[in-house]
Design a protein around this ligand. Sequence first.
Ligand SMILES: NC(=O)c1ccc[n+]([C@@H]2O[C@H](COP(=O)([O-])OP(=O)(O)OC[C@H]3O[C@@H](n4cnc5c(N)ncnc54)[C@H](OP(=O)(O)O)[C@@H]3O)[C@@H](O)[C@H]2O)c1
Length: 257
Amino acid sequence: MSSKILGKWVLITGATSGIGRACAELFAKNGASLILTGRRSDRLEAAQNVLQEKYGVKVKTYNFDVREFNEAVKMANDLQASEIIPDILINNAGLASGKDKIYEGLISDWEKMIDTNIKGLLYITRAILPMMVASNEGHIINIGSTAGHLVYPEGNVYNASKYAVKALNEAINLDLMGTNIRCGSIDPGACETEFSEVRFHGNKDKAGKVYEGYEPLKPQDIADAALYICSAPAHVNITTMIIYPTAQRSAYVWDKK
Ligand SMILES: NC(=O)c1ccc[n+]([C@@H]2O[C@H](COP(=O)([O-])OP(=O)(O)OC[C@H]3O[C@@H](n4cnc5c(N)ncnc54)[C@H](OP(=O)(O)O)[C@@H]3O)[C@@H](O)[C@H]2O)c1
Protein backbone atom coordinates (compact mmCIF):
# COMPACT_ATOMS: atom_id res chain seq x y z
CA MET A 1 0.00 0.00 0.00
CA SER A 2 1.45 3.39 -0.98
CA SER A 3 0.30 6.19 1.34
CA LYS A 4 1.36 8.74 -1.33
CA ILE A 5 -1.44 7.55 -3.59
CA LEU A 6 -4.28 7.35 -1.07
CA GLY A 7 -7.13 9.73 -1.95
CA LYS A 8 -5.53 10.96 -5.19
CA TRP A 9 -7.43 11.22 -8.47
CA VAL A 10 -5.74 9.23 -11.23
CA LEU A 11 -6.81 9.71 -14.84
CA ILE A 12 -5.91 6.75 -17.06
CA THR A 13 -6.55 6.79 -20.80
CA GLY A 14 -7.08 3.40 -22.45
CA ALA A 15 -8.15 1.73 -19.21
CA THR A 16 -10.25 -0.97 -20.88
CA SER A 17 -7.41 -3.46 -21.30
CA GLY A 18 -3.72 -4.25 -20.87
CA ILE A 19 -1.45 -1.72 -19.17
CA GLY A 20 -4.20 0.85 -18.55
CA ARG A 21 -6.48 -1.70 -16.90
CA ALA A 22 -3.61 -3.01 -14.75
CA CYS A 23 -2.79 0.55 -13.63
CA ALA A 24 -6.45 1.08 -12.72
CA GLU A 25 -6.41 -2.05 -10.56
CA LEU A 26 -3.15 -1.21 -8.76
CA PHE A 27 -3.91 2.45 -8.11
CA ALA A 28 -7.39 1.57 -6.81
CA LYS A 29 -5.83 -1.08 -4.57
CA ASN A 30 -3.65 1.70 -3.16
CA GLY A 31 -6.67 3.87 -2.38
CA ALA A 32 -6.76 6.19 -5.40
CA SER A 33 -9.98 7.35 -7.02
CA LEU A 34 -10.04 6.82 -10.74
CA ILE A 35 -11.03 8.57 -13.95
CA LEU A 36 -11.02 5.93 -16.66
CA THR A 37 -11.34 6.40 -20.41
CA GLY A 38 -11.66 4.15 -23.44
CA ARG A 39 -13.89 3.47 -26.42
CA ARG A 40 -15.42 0.18 -25.20
CA SER A 41 -18.21 1.30 -22.89
CA ASP A 42 -19.05 -2.23 -21.64
CA ARG A 43 -15.50 -2.71 -20.38
CA LEU A 44 -15.42 0.74 -18.78
CA GLU A 45 -18.64 0.01 -16.96
CA ALA A 46 -17.37 -3.41 -15.83
CA ALA A 47 -14.10 -1.87 -14.54
CA GLN A 48 -16.05 0.83 -12.71
CA ASN A 49 -18.32 -1.70 -10.98
CA VAL A 50 -15.56 -4.14 -10.05
CA LEU A 51 -13.08 -1.55 -8.75
CA GLN A 52 -15.65 0.44 -6.76
CA GLU A 53 -16.91 -2.75 -5.15
CA LYS A 54 -13.49 -4.33 -4.54
CA TYR A 55 -11.58 -1.31 -3.22
CA GLY A 56 -14.29 1.14 -2.11
CA VAL A 57 -12.85 3.95 -4.26
CA LYS A 58 -14.65 6.42 -6.54
CA VAL A 59 -14.51 5.64 -10.25
CA LYS A 60 -15.63 8.02 -12.99
CA THR A 61 -15.66 6.90 -16.61
CA TYR A 62 -15.57 8.79 -19.91
CA ASN A 63 -16.33 6.83 -23.02
CA PHE A 64 -14.63 8.50 -25.99
CA ASP A 65 -11.99 8.29 -28.68
CA VAL A 66 -8.80 10.19 -27.78
CA ARG A 67 -8.57 11.30 -31.41
CA GLU A 68 -11.44 13.73 -30.68
CA PHE A 69 -10.09 16.88 -29.03
CA ASN A 70 -13.62 18.13 -28.25
CA GLU A 71 -14.26 14.99 -26.18
CA ALA A 72 -11.10 15.60 -24.15
CA VAL A 73 -12.26 19.17 -23.49
CA LYS A 74 -15.73 17.92 -22.51
CA MET A 75 -14.17 15.56 -19.97
CA ALA A 76 -11.95 18.34 -18.57
CA ASN A 77 -14.95 20.68 -18.26
CA ASP A 78 -16.99 18.00 -16.54
CA LEU A 79 -14.17 17.30 -14.08
CA GLN A 80 -13.83 20.99 -13.36
CA ALA A 81 -17.59 21.27 -12.78
CA SER A 82 -17.26 18.38 -10.30
CA GLU A 83 -14.29 20.17 -8.66
CA ILE A 84 -11.95 17.32 -9.53
CA ILE A 85 -8.39 18.05 -10.59
CA PRO A 86 -6.51 14.91 -11.63
CA ASP A 87 -3.41 14.47 -9.47
CA ILE A 88 -1.94 11.94 -11.87
CA LEU A 89 -2.50 11.58 -15.62
CA ILE A 90 -1.40 8.35 -17.26
CA ASN A 91 -1.32 8.92 -21.02
CA ASN A 92 -1.58 5.28 -21.98
CA ALA A 93 -4.14 4.94 -24.84
CA GLY A 94 -2.26 3.85 -27.92
CA LEU A 95 -1.72 1.15 -30.46
CA ALA A 96 0.31 -0.35 -33.24
CA SER A 97 -1.75 -1.02 -36.34
CA GLY A 98 -0.14 -3.21 -38.97
CA LYS A 99 3.47 -4.30 -39.43
CA ASP A 100 4.44 -3.78 -43.04
CA LYS A 101 7.23 -2.42 -45.15
CA ILE A 102 6.83 1.32 -45.51
CA TYR A 103 6.16 1.02 -49.25
CA GLU A 104 3.30 -1.40 -48.57
CA GLY A 105 1.76 0.08 -45.40
CA LEU A 106 -1.90 1.03 -45.18
CA ILE A 107 -2.56 4.76 -44.92
CA SER A 108 -5.49 3.97 -42.59
CA ASP A 109 -3.06 2.19 -40.19
CA TRP A 110 -0.65 5.13 -40.28
CA GLU A 111 -3.38 7.63 -39.56
CA LYS A 112 -4.71 5.56 -36.65
CA MET A 113 -1.27 5.41 -35.01
CA ILE A 114 -0.33 9.04 -35.58
CA ASP A 115 -3.76 10.33 -34.54
CA THR A 116 -3.96 8.16 -31.41
CA ASN A 117 -0.37 7.90 -30.17
CA ILE A 118 0.72 11.47 -30.91
CA LYS A 119 -2.34 13.67 -31.36
CA GLY A 120 -4.47 11.82 -28.77
CA LEU A 121 -1.73 12.19 -26.15
CA LEU A 122 -1.41 15.87 -27.05
CA TYR A 123 -5.18 16.47 -26.90
CA ILE A 124 -5.55 14.90 -23.45
CA THR A 125 -2.49 16.73 -22.15
CA ARG A 126 -3.69 20.06 -23.55
CA ALA A 127 -7.11 19.59 -21.94
CA ILE A 128 -5.90 18.40 -18.51
CA LEU A 129 -2.52 20.03 -17.88
CA PRO A 130 -3.84 23.61 -17.44
CA MET A 131 -5.74 22.42 -14.36
CA MET A 132 -2.53 20.99 -12.90
CA VAL A 133 -0.58 24.16 -13.74
CA ALA A 134 -3.25 26.33 -12.08
CA SER A 135 -2.95 24.25 -8.88
CA ASN A 136 0.84 23.86 -9.27
CA GLU A 137 0.53 20.15 -8.52
CA GLY A 138 0.37 16.98 -10.54
CA HIS A 139 2.18 14.18 -12.29
CA ILE A 140 2.06 13.01 -15.88
CA ILE A 141 3.15 9.56 -16.95
CA ASN A 142 3.44 8.98 -20.68
CA ILE A 143 3.48 5.38 -21.84
CA GLY A 144 6.07 5.39 -24.59
CA SER A 145 7.89 2.30 -25.81
CA THR A 146 11.30 0.84 -26.49
CA ALA A 147 10.05 1.32 -30.08
CA GLY A 148 10.70 5.00 -29.39
CA HIS A 149 14.38 4.32 -28.77
CA LEU A 150 15.32 1.94 -31.59
CA VAL A 151 13.63 1.40 -34.96
CA TYR A 152 12.98 -2.17 -36.10
CA PRO A 153 12.04 -3.53 -39.55
CA GLU A 154 8.39 -2.89 -40.47
CA GLY A 155 7.93 -0.84 -37.29
CA ASN A 156 8.29 2.43 -39.25
CA VAL A 157 5.22 4.54 -38.38
CA TYR A 158 4.69 2.95 -34.94
CA ASN A 159 8.36 3.65 -34.18
CA ALA A 160 7.95 7.23 -35.39
CA SER A 161 4.88 7.74 -33.20
CA LYS A 162 6.75 6.50 -30.11
CA TYR A 163 9.83 8.61 -30.94
CA ALA A 164 7.34 11.48 -30.91
CA VAL A 165 6.11 10.42 -27.45
CA LYS A 166 9.75 10.45 -26.28
CA ALA A 167 10.17 13.99 -27.65
CA LEU A 168 6.89 15.17 -26.14
CA ASN A 169 7.77 13.66 -22.76
CA GLU A 170 11.00 15.70 -22.81
CA ALA A 171 9.18 18.80 -24.09
CA ILE A 172 6.49 18.63 -21.39
CA ASN A 173 9.24 18.38 -18.77
CA LEU A 174 11.02 21.46 -20.11
CA ASP A 175 7.83 23.49 -20.32
CA LEU A 176 6.93 22.57 -16.72
CA MET A 177 10.19 23.99 -15.38
CA GLY A 178 9.46 26.17 -12.37
CA THR A 179 6.31 24.24 -11.42
CA ASN A 180 5.93 21.35 -8.98
CA ILE A 181 4.47 19.15 -11.71
CA ARG A 182 6.48 16.06 -12.60
CA CYS A 183 6.52 14.20 -15.88
CA GLY A 184 8.01 10.88 -16.88
CA SER A 185 7.66 8.13 -19.44
CA ILE A 186 7.58 4.39 -18.99
CA ASP A 187 8.92 2.74 -22.11
CA PRO A 188 8.17 -1.00 -22.17
CA GLY A 189 9.55 -3.76 -24.37
CA ALA A 190 7.33 -6.75 -25.18
CA CYS A 191 4.37 -6.86 -22.80
CA GLU A 192 1.59 -9.42 -23.19
CA THR A 193 -1.68 -7.51 -23.70
CA GLU A 194 -4.16 -7.10 -26.56
CA PHE A 195 -1.46 -5.00 -28.28
CA SER A 196 -0.40 -7.65 -30.83
CA GLU A 197 -3.97 -8.70 -31.57
CA VAL A 198 -4.73 -5.07 -32.41
CA ARG A 199 -1.50 -4.74 -34.41
CA PHE A 200 -2.35 -7.81 -36.52
CA HIS A 201 -5.93 -6.68 -37.08
CA GLY A 202 -7.50 -9.38 -34.87
CA ASN A 203 -5.32 -12.30 -36.03
CA LYS A 204 -4.95 -14.19 -32.72
CA ASP A 205 -2.52 -16.83 -34.09
CA LYS A 206 -0.09 -14.22 -35.32
CA ALA A 207 -0.48 -12.24 -32.11
CA GLY A 208 0.12 -15.32 -29.91
CA LYS A 209 3.43 -16.05 -31.68
CA VAL A 210 4.85 -12.70 -30.51
CA TYR A 211 4.86 -14.00 -26.94
CA GLU A 212 6.06 -17.58 -27.58
CA GLY A 213 9.33 -19.05 -26.26
CA TYR A 214 10.10 -16.51 -23.54
CA GLU A 215 8.46 -14.73 -20.64
CA PRO A 216 7.15 -11.34 -21.74
CA LEU A 217 6.36 -8.46 -19.40
CA LYS A 218 2.93 -8.50 -17.79
CA PRO A 219 0.82 -5.34 -17.72
CA GLN A 220 1.08 -5.51 -13.90
CA ASP A 221 4.86 -5.00 -14.20
CA ILE A 222 4.25 -1.65 -15.88
CA ALA A 223 1.60 -0.72 -13.31
CA ASP A 224 4.17 -1.46 -10.55
CA ALA A 225 6.59 0.95 -12.23
CA ALA A 226 3.90 3.65 -12.52
CA LEU A 227 3.08 3.29 -8.83
CA TYR A 228 6.78 3.50 -7.92
CA ILE A 229 7.25 6.67 -10.00
CA CYS A 230 4.19 8.34 -8.47
CA SER A 231 5.18 7.32 -4.94
CA ALA A 232 8.63 8.92 -5.14
CA PRO A 233 9.10 12.00 -2.93
CA ALA A 234 8.03 15.35 -4.43
CA HIS A 235 11.62 16.39 -5.20
CA VAL A 236 12.24 13.24 -7.28
CA ASN A 237 11.24 13.38 -10.96
CA ILE A 238 11.82 10.10 -12.77
CA THR A 239 11.81 11.22 -16.41
CA THR A 240 12.23 7.91 -18.25
CA MET A 241 12.03 4.29 -17.23
CA ILE A 242 12.90 1.69 -19.88
CA ILE A 243 11.65 -1.78 -19.00
CA TYR A 244 12.42 -4.94 -20.99
CA PRO A 245 11.57 -8.55 -20.23
CA THR A 246 14.77 -10.26 -19.02
CA ALA A 247 14.66 -12.43 -22.14
CA GLN A 248 14.66 -9.38 -24.45
CA ARG A 249 17.66 -7.06 -24.41
CA SER A 250 16.71 -4.98 -27.48
CA ALA A 251 14.38 -5.15 -30.46
CA TYR A 252 17.06 -7.40 -32.01
CA VAL A 253 18.36 -9.48 -29.10
CA TRP A 254 16.03 -12.14 -27.71
CA ASP A 255 16.53 -15.32 -25.73
CA LYS A 256 13.71 -17.39 -27.23
CA LYS A 257 13.62 -21.13 -26.51
N1 LIG B 1 2.14 -4.33 -25.15
C1 LIG B 1 3.35 -3.94 -25.48
O1 LIG B 1 4.22 -4.76 -25.82
C2 LIG B 1 3.71 -2.49 -25.42
C3 LIG B 1 5.07 -2.15 -25.46
C4 LIG B 1 5.41 -0.81 -25.42
C5 LIG B 1 4.45 0.16 -25.33
N2 LIG B 1 3.12 -0.19 -25.31
C6 LIG B 1 2.13 0.89 -25.23
O2 LIG B 1 1.32 0.69 -24.10
C7 LIG B 1 0.07 1.36 -24.27
C8 LIG B 1 -1.08 0.45 -23.87
O3 LIG B 1 -1.10 -0.66 -24.74
P1 LIG B 1 -1.39 -2.15 -24.25
O4 LIG B 1 -0.20 -2.95 -24.52
O5 LIG B 1 -1.99 -2.16 -22.91
O6 LIG B 1 -2.47 -2.59 -25.38
P2 LIG B 1 -4.05 -2.90 -25.29
O7 LIG B 1 -4.28 -4.02 -24.36
O8 LIG B 1 -4.47 -3.05 -26.70
O9 LIG B 1 -4.67 -1.56 -24.67
C9 LIG B 1 -4.73 -0.38 -25.39
C10 LIG B 1 -5.70 0.57 -24.72
O10 LIG B 1 -5.73 1.81 -25.47
C11 LIG B 1 -7.07 2.15 -25.74
N3 LIG B 1 -7.17 2.87 -27.00
C12 LIG B 1 -6.63 2.54 -28.19
N4 LIG B 1 -6.99 3.43 -29.13
C13 LIG B 1 -7.79 4.34 -28.51
C14 LIG B 1 -8.48 5.51 -28.95
N5 LIG B 1 -8.41 5.92 -30.22
N6 LIG B 1 -9.21 6.20 -28.06
C15 LIG B 1 -9.27 5.80 -26.77
N7 LIG B 1 -8.63 4.73 -26.29
C16 LIG B 1 -7.89 3.99 -27.16
C17 LIG B 1 -7.82 0.83 -25.77
O11 LIG B 1 -9.18 1.03 -25.38
P3 LIG B 1 -10.46 0.95 -26.36
O12 LIG B 1 -10.13 -0.03 -27.43
O13 LIG B 1 -11.57 0.54 -25.45
O14 LIG B 1 -10.61 2.34 -26.84
C18 LIG B 1 -7.11 0.03 -24.69
O15 LIG B 1 -7.68 0.30 -23.43
C19 LIG B 1 0.04 1.81 -25.73
O16 LIG B 1 0.38 3.20 -25.79
C20 LIG B 1 1.15 0.98 -26.37
O17 LIG B 1 1.71 1.60 -27.50
C21 LIG B 1 2.74 -1.49 -25.34
